[in-house]
Design a binder for this molecule. Structure first.
Ligand code: BDR
Ligand code: CA
Length: 316
């Protein structure tokens, strides 16, 4: 593991219970170098997602990672937060009282620009919230594109949605932003609900977190217990899916995620389907593939990656 140079990444997120696990995975796995974290409005308001990102990084002992707040609303229209899933704070459940680091005095999009241009090698952007910041970066600063290795985002689905019948939350929240990213010409990987719904925080997984015997382990268990309660109430799921860390895992070890290169567009107009990802799995449109779309996951390998990272971070 130690022989290969760590992949430089920026995480753009809206914590969020599963975003929190994504951050812990990125901090705790030595195969990644977390250059910075930018926040976006989504699961909760920007002030709350930013505060949550600072708390998780502080708990992970990563206060040296720069954090900047990005966009407080989608490119078009009003923000609708997901308080029904993530609670009033965006991270309801555990006691997250912790002294936090400061937020950078620049906009999140500007922090991304600086980190990308200053890195010295192409940077991977991992987006686990609405794609507002990433789209704005590509529109406002096209000069960064050659220095972006790829964009990996959690969002969309090859089948149904979770916010509307066909729309997944991150894409429905800012369809225009997703459209810009998918049309950018950059290598894009989409980790959708069709795969994330296979990685469930079962009772056994929650007990494994709790059994770590560390404050962080207990916090992860409490986060997943709250998440389980809302997924049960809203969707009737027996166990909650942990979407966002799969986007991080896919960068750490691509062998655990199966993908297919296919054309993906975002429905921007549909009366009932705005924000749906239209994934042409069988090439019927004749369009050129613009995304690697996740179609399978090695669930057990994913959990081993995540648990190892949380254990490593707990020891700090
Ligand atoms: C996505 O929406 C959010 O609620 C989660 O954090 C995840 O990024 C799943 O649809
Ligand atoms: Ca998220």
């Amino acid at each position: 593991m130690g022989d290969v140079a760590a992949v430089p990444v920026i995480i753009d997120c809206d914590p969020g219970h599963d975003d929190a696990l994504a951050l812990l995975l990125a901090v705790g796995d030595p195969r990644l170098r977390l250059l910075g974290v930018t926040t976006v409005a989504g699961n909760q308001t920007l002030a709350k997602t930013t505060s949550n990102a600072l708390k998780i990084l502080a708990l992970a002992g990563a206060v040296d990672v720069p954090v900047a707040a990005g966009c407080d609303r989608p490119l078009v229209g009003e923000l609708t937060v997901a308080g029904d899933i993530h609670g009033e704070s965006g991270l309801d459940g555990p006691d997250l009282e912790v002294p936090v680091g400061g937020v950078a005095d620049v906009h999140g999009v500007e922090l991304m620009r600086r980190l990308i241009l200053g890195c010295g090698e192409p940077v991977t952007l991992i987006a686990t919230g609405p794609l507002t910041n990433v789209a704005l970066l590509l529109r406002r600063h096209p000069e960064v594109a050659p220095y972006v290795r790829r964009v990996v985002f959690m969002g969309g689905s090859t089948d149904r949605g979770n916010t509307t019948p066909y729309g997944e939350f991150n894409i429905v929240t800012d369809p225009e932003a997703a459209d810009i990213v998918l049309r950018s010409g950059l290598p894009v990987t989409m980790i959708g609900l069709n795969v994330t719904h296979q990685a469930l925080a079962t009772t056994q997984i929650i007990e494994e977190f709790r059994g770590m015997g560390t404050r962080l382990g207990v916090i992860c268990a409490d986060l997943m217990t709250f998440f389980a309660s809302t997924y049960r109430r809203v969707f009737g799921f027996e166990h909650p899916p942990v979407h966002d860390p799969i986007a991080v895992a896919c960068v750490i070890d691509p062998s655990i995620i199966a993908t297919v290169a296919v054309p993906v567009t975002v429905e921007l107009v549909g009366a009932y389907t705005r924000g749906a990802t239209v994934v042409d799995l069988h090439g019927r449109s004749g369009a050129v593939a613009n995304a690697d779309v996740a179609v399978g996951i090695e669930v057990e390998a994913f959990w081993r990656l995540l648990m190892a990272a949380v254990r490593r971070v707990s020891e700090v």
